[in-house]
Design a protein around this ligand. Structure first.
Ligand code: PHE
Ligand code: ZN
Length: 881
């Protein structure tokens, strides 16, 4: 492990390199424990650079074997080398020169999964963000771009497949049972997009004809025997390629596009040029083993990585502070893709749920940072939901403010102007300012100011003047390092809904800029007056979640029910139902804490059950409505002094009320939403399954719940229904024999399938209550638990910490103590994984004092450890600061 070096990197310190890298030529001789790499790098000094400046190359745990300058061995006096850097002096002032660096790498010993490593016998690389420096000494930063030639030499029998970026140049037999393959990537790229894969893999092939008529070979590599499970990924890839042509005019550029699925991977997937490497969880699917959510994730992530070919690869980032330039934008693009492939409203609801449950807590806690940060200590810790999801929301707001056509023009300009560049957020925003003539300076605060803005709204109707007055106030809360905030430019989509459910058209709106159905809130306090309104309307505000804000708008239950019934924006209807539910859930949590009886507003129950039974609404939407705000959502709304047990008890009581009140509806849905015929993963069928399983879960609160769930489990013919039934059994009836039987049967049937085993672990890790910690401990001793596999560690330990509020936040602090031990155990091998799981404690300060004190102690225990990675040190110190 590289222990903490503690250096803080500042955006303000950015300087271009002194040397320009012209070409990279790599020759790998693969060996499990002693891979030899000869890297030939051609540089010249940049015009105007200091003629005496040395060449400084990055390394990380490297061993230098040989070093040559223009093919001559370099005298020791001319360079300094450590595992972390190589500095070469007295280089030519103007002429190009060639540096040859030979390193010996041990892929087998690489548990960080950064650089060159082995997974199930396959050689694989991961270079983003700073993994290439674990392969060779290199100017490992995203603004150094060059074309790469890569030759791979390896034992032929064990590594029939030899892959790298770009187009295939050729290959053949080599010496001693070895063979070789050569690849050339003509598109200049930074080192973080380099990839190499070698091993014995199965292949699924297809082709795609681009909009200009070029045929591209498509290849997905998976473990032998798993080929049939790559069919959906291939289909999603072709749909993504077509969509990017149609929607953004982006055509694929190489002769071949490859995806490799590996089972040990720290993240979801990686967009290496022409050779995406995927966590196999986001490639492999069939009806027997994948849930509807798995299919949706695969579609989204295949699209995301493919879209990076333009937003990330053809145009990359100048430095890592600009990460949102590629990530926020690419998430926005994959969201739009999924919205076009599925139900747009349901997709938006799922996005907002995710944003609120992941990004809002990050923005409200000690790890809050701007979408475009200005300092970091460990870049790996900035692949955050703020950079990704809030970054996407910021892009979406640009589209909302400019309108669809102008936004498209801005994107066109961006692609045209910056193709081949390592660009900045300012470059990106300038394109939209230019095509629209708008000043986006204030808007850019979304990139620079952390924290979720709070918008407080109040409205009044004046019958005499036929006017409706909306008063808005905005506040951005203080966040670490940013105590004072400036007002933001907040685009608020709105509708005035009249008594009969139609949308009112005011004769004029004054008080600020209004474009189409968007109010532009730009001042701290701002009052909009809508004139020519004949009767009191109901205002639907922030429709479609046009801005990622907290909205404090005290609307009456009657008004919310009116929106829930009539808004033409389905998202707004869901939002109104959520707003109706929340006060009930908050009160229930308080009553549970105080030992009072828990009640529920009948009007809320009626509104929700009306939606549940409304055959005109798509089932997926109804399922979203029935999935009440989560315990984490309730905790966030309560805002502090939280008792997870009370929140859980209160929410359970409300669910039980709803179940009793809606018994007939749920019975009917459970019967009628069965999907007939062969399984298809399309959104409509998935929606029916979601609604039926939601009904099953409510029915579990009524008599006969165990038997019904056990039946549903036994008769399930697809993974969605099976895991949903198993979840109901485990979470609602953990002690029942039926549950133990079902868990045992599931394990027996799928014990050779790691991705399904992950589900088995996760379902048990999320059983509510104090007893689950002992179960998690026992599961760690199960022979199926593999401590070196990130998916498995996340499925058990990560899921327990992130998604089991009552089990993890035990009042005696045992959950936190357990996590601290696990973090210290994982860190030496895989710091990225350890740091990521540790962020599950990011909201510890909003716990009630007893738990908060235990959490602080556990964090203190981590920070006091003798040796910590930079990754974990950075997270733990920011959390306790
Ligand atoms: N760039 C990858 C993506 O979003 C994420 C990633 C980051 C993967 C770092 C590996 C390492 O698509
Ligand atoms: Zn990405």
């Amino acid at each position: 492990m590289r222990t903490d070096t503690g250096q803080i990197v500042h955006l303000a310190d950015y300087r271009p390199t002194d040397f320009i890298l012209e070409r990279v030529d790599l020759t790998f001789e693969l060996d499990p424990t002693a891979t030899r790499l000869e890297a030939r790098l051609i540089f010249h000094r940049r015009d105007g650079a200091d003629p005496k400046a040395p060449l400084v190359l990055d390394g990380d745990e490297l061993t230098l074997a040989e070093l040559r300058l223009d093919q001559n061995e370099l005298p020791a006096a001319q360079f300094d080398v450590t595992p972390d850097s190589l500095v070469i002096r007295d280089l030519p002032e103007a002429a190009p020169f060639e540096v040859t660096v030979i390193t010996i790498i041990n892929p087998e010993a690489n548990g960080q999964l950064m650089g060159l490593y082995r997974t199930n016998g396959v050689y694989c690389t991961q270079c983003e963000a700073e993994g290439f420096r674990r392969i060779t000494y290199f100017p490992d930063r995203p603004d150094v771009l060059a074309p790469y030639t890569v030759t791979i030499i390896a034992d032929k029998a064990t590594n029939p497949v030899l892959l790298s970026n770009g187009n295939f140049l050729g290959g053949g037999n080599y010496d001693e049972g070895r063979h070789f393959a050569a690849w050339f990537d003509p598109f200049p790229k930074p080192s973080y997009l380099f990839a190499l894969v070698a091993g014995d893999l199965g292949i699924v092939e297809d082709t795609f004809t681009t909009m200009s008529g070029r045929e591209v070979a498509l290849k997905i590599y998976v473990e032998h025997g798993k080929e049939p499970r790559a069919a959906y990924a291939m289909d999603a890839l072709k749909r993504s390629m077509r969509w990017d042509e149609e929607r953004f005019g982006r055509e694929y550029d190489l002769d071949i596009f490859m995806i490799v699925a590996v089972s040990d991977f720290n993240m979801g997937a990686m967009e290496n040029k022409g050779l995406n490497v995927f966590n196999d969880k986001y490639v492999l699917a069939d009806p027997e083993t994948a849930t509807d959510q798995d299919y949706a994730n695969i579609e989204a992530i295949i699209a995301h990585e493919y879209f990076h070919n333009w937003t990330g690869n053809r145009i990359t980032c100048r430095d890592w502070f600009q990460l949102c330039l590629k990530e926020g934008l690419t998430v926005y693009r994959d969201h739009e893709f999924s919205a076009d492939q599925r139900s747009r409203a349901v997709k938006r609801i799922a996005e907002v749920r995710h944003l609120k449950s992941e990004q809002f807590p990050e923005d409200a806690g000690p790890l809050a940072h701007p979408v475009r940060p200005t300092t970091y200590r460990e870049i790996n810790n900035f692949y955050t939901t703020t950079v990704y999801e809030k970054g996407s929301e910021v892009t979406r707001m640009i589209a909302t403010i400019l309108g669809r056509d102008r936004f498209k023009q801005g994107m066109d300009l961006y692609f045209e102007r910056h193709d081949g560049d390592a660009a900045t957020v300012e470059d990106f925003v300038a394109c939209f300012a230019e095509v629209s003539g708008r000043d986006l300076t204030q808007f850019s605060r979304w990139y620079h100011q952390a924290g979720t803005p709070m918008v407080t709204a109040s409205a009044e109707y004046d019958a005499a003047s036929r006017s409706f007055v909306l008063t808005l106030e905005q506040n951005v809360p203080p966040t670490p390092g940013q105590s004072v905030k400036e007002p933001m430019h907040i685009p608020l989509s709105f509708a005035l809904i009249l008594d009969n459910g139609s949308i009112g058209e005011p004769s004029s709106i004054t008080g600020g800029e209004v474009t189409d159905d968007v109010l532009h809130l730009t001042e701290r306090h701002q009052t909009f007056t809508f004139s020519g309104i004949g009767a009191r309307p109901v205002l639907s505000l922030n429709r479609g979640f046009s801005a990622p804000i907290n909205l404090d708008f005290r609307q009456t239950p009657a008004d919310l029910a009116h929106i829930a019934r009539h808004d033409s924006d389905l998202f707004a209807r869901w939002q109104a139902l959520t707003d109706l539910a929340l006060p009930n859930l908050l009160q229930a949590a308080r009553d549970a804490r105080d030992g009072k009886e828990i009640t529920c507003d009948p009007a809320f129950l009626a509104a929700l059950l009306e939606v549940a039974g409304d055959g005109n609404l798509e089932p997926a939407f109804r399922a979203q409505a029935l999935a009440l705000p989560s315990e984490a959502d309730i905790a966030r709304e309560l805002g502090g002094n939280n008792d997870p047990d009370a929140i859980h008890a209160g929410r359970q009581a409300i669910l039980a009320h709803l179940a009793r009140e809606g018994a007939a509806t749920f019975e009917a849905l459970f019967a009628s939403m069965r999907t007939e015929g062969a399984f298809t993963p399309d959104a409509a069928s998935a929606g029916r399954r979601a609604l039926r399983n939601s009904a099953l879960s409510y029915l579990s609160y009524l008599d006969g719940g165990v038997a019904r769930a056990a039946d549903a489990f036994a008769s399930a013919d697809n993974m969605t229904d099976m895991t949903q039934a198993l979840t109901v059994l485990a979470h609602r009836f953990p002690g029942e024999a039926a549950t133990a039987n079902a868990l045992g049967a599931f394990l027996k049937r799928f014990d050779d399938n790691p991705l399904v085993l992950d589900k088995w672990f996760s379902i048990q890790a999320t059983i509510p209550g104090v007893a689950t910690l002992a179960r998690v401990r026992a599961l760690m001793e199960d022979p199926h638990f593999v401590a070196t596999n990130p998916n498995r560690v996340r499925a058990l330990i990560g899921t327990f910490a992130f998604a089991n509020p009552t089990g993890f936040n035990r009042k005696d602090g045992e959950g936190y103590r357990f996590l601290a031990r696990q973090i210290l155990a994982i860190d030496p091998r895989n710091p990225q994984l350890a740091a990521r799981i540790l962020t599950s404690m990011r909201s510890w300060r909003s716990l009630e004092p007893t738990r908060a004190e235990h959490a602080r102690t556990a964090l203190g225990e981590i920070s006091a450890a003798a040796s910590l990675s930079t990754d974990v040190r950075d997270i733990v110190e920011r959390m306790i600061q």
